[in-house]
Design a binder for this molecule. Sequence first.
Ligand code: CA
Length: 222
Amino acid sequence: MRLLVVEDDKDINRQLVSALEQAGYAVDSAHDGEQGWFLGDTEPYDAVVLDIGLPKKDGLSVLEEWRRAGRTMPVLILTARDRWSDKVQGFDAGADDYVAKPFHMEEVLARLRALLRRATGHSTNELTCGSVRLDTKSGRVVVAGQAVKLTSHEYRLLAYLMHHMGRIVSRTELVEHLYDQDFDRDSNTVEVFIGRLRKKLGVDVIETVRGLGYRLDPDAAP
Ligand code: CA
């Protein structure tokens, strides 16, 4: 999953980016409303953390423009604690959730997990596909009852496929949702990671759909 953080406070921005990366997400960040708007308008993020008070373009305008342009990604807004009107205006502008500052990082992470699972049609942190179980809270992956250790890239790839199980996911889509914008993207690396995942999970877990991409079968035998 790939996220965007738009926050002008340098410390908060850095803390958010590092906590989200540590939680297994690919993260891009912007420090003003114009840059944030542009990234959210041009890149396919799975969710966005958007501060309301931003230089160059305020967060509410950024959000309204995204929604007007048909950008539907989940957006979590950061509001000042005593500004209830920010929350009302934020929801009316198209926000999906909010966290008031100062916030606990655990709360931001939990709310993002909830937004991501809701956006992909899941109701719990634990995703199951055949014999594979992935817990998006702990980052643990279990295959047939045995814990499996994945690298951060392998985890990100599996988490994306698990969130979208049943659907064919193209290589291009994977590249767009697994790497941040500074990453040297080479779509061939996706095949390498798929190969490594198959070695760790069992060869028949990830199906290759010739010419189209990859698919996890939610009805596969456990
Ligand atoms: Ca701010």
